[in-house]
Write a protein that binds this ligand. Structure first.
Ligand code: HBI
Ligand code: FE
Length: 283
């Protein structure tokens, strides 16, 4: 859950969107995109879900540098009916969910500076577009994201936004998936980060535990460092079925009053791929 007192900037529309103004990016900004793109695409093969690499093709656009949303959207619309829209920064939950429910993904239009290359607080266009858009070209994942938006609209009424935000965090942002020869990454927060792409898969420190919806909804997360636990899905179909095709209201009720689970903990009921040493978190 995002805690901030957001005031809509006057240049934004009622739905918080702003024009991308692609012509206004400078050469240094395009060069930053190219550098990040090259660094990630060199490292990701063999570490990322094949669906991500398939989706990456739609980001290889005719102009160099930062993708022009007009061009990107033509391809994304063809693939799955999704669109990318520019926003000034974090938007209120209800606005965010409304866009997702209508197959629009909100993206920051600014790009990080050299000083922010490996850590920034607000999502920039590299995280939002490189990290999130490739999987939006996958039909199953695209449906999951829309269903998440619809679930968000209902969670607001049920006072369960934080539970749903945990689901997003441990899947869309920091999810792992079982591949034929081992675990792979797919979460946007991992695939857009050089260091976490390695840490999440190779480091002995974090736990890697099979995804379980109720378990995830009881697990708080940290936003300012590597995760202490990653959750592993079997497939995007399985994620879609475990989440969307069920009504969350009974689950929210069942979870009411249950204590949160320490983000570093492993439970007896967990299906464990790797029990983390947690040496990173304690160092
Ligand atoms: N706004 N721009 C933007 N990007 C996000 O990922 C985002 C947001 N607002 C709210 C939000 N995410 C989350 O709090 C929801 O998933 C709960
Ligand atoms: Fe993100």
């Amino acid at each position: 859950m995002t805690h901030y007192s957001a005031v809509k900037p006057p240049e934004a529309a009622d739905d918080w969107t702003i024009p991308q103004e692609w012509d206004r990016y400078g050469a240094d900004e395009h060069a930053m995109w190219d550098h990040l793109f090259e660094r990630q695409t060199r490292m990701l093969p063999g570490r990322v879900a094949p669906a991500f690499l398939e989706g990456l093709d739609i980001l290889r656009l005719s102009k160099p540098g930062i993708p022009d949303f007009t061009e990107l959207n033509a391809r994304l619309m063809d693939a799955t009916g999704w669109q990318v829209v520019a926003v000034p920064g974090l938007v209120p939950d209800a606005v965010f969910f409304d866009h997702l429910a209508n197959r629009r993904f909100v993206a920051g239009r600014f790009i990080r500076t050299p000083e922010q290359i490996d850590y920034l607080e607000e999502p920039d266009i590299f995280h939002d577009v490189f990290g999130h858009v490739p999987l939006l070209a996958n039909p199953v994942f695209a449906d999951f994201m829309q269903a998440y938006g619809r679930g968000g609209q209902r969670a607001g009424e049920l006072g369960a936004i934080e539970r749903l935000a945990r689901l997003y965090w441990y899947t869309v942002e920091f999810g792992l998936i079982r591949g034929a020869e081992g675990l792979l990454i797919y979460g946007a927060g991992i695939v857009s980060s050089f260091s976490e792409s390695i840490f999440a898969l190779d480091d002995p420190s974090p736990n890697r535990i099979a995804f379980d919806l109720g378990r995830v909804m009881r697990t708080p997360y940290r936003i300012d460092d590597f995760q202490q636990t990653y959750f592993v899905i079997d497939s995007f179909e399985d994620l879609l079925h475990q989440t969307i095709e069920s009504d969350f209201a009974p689950l929210y009720r069942a979870l009411q009053g249950t204590p949160d689970i320490d983000p570093a903990a492993v439970l007896d009921s967990d299906r464990v791929d790797h029990r983390g040493t947690q040496h990173y978190a304690h160092s």
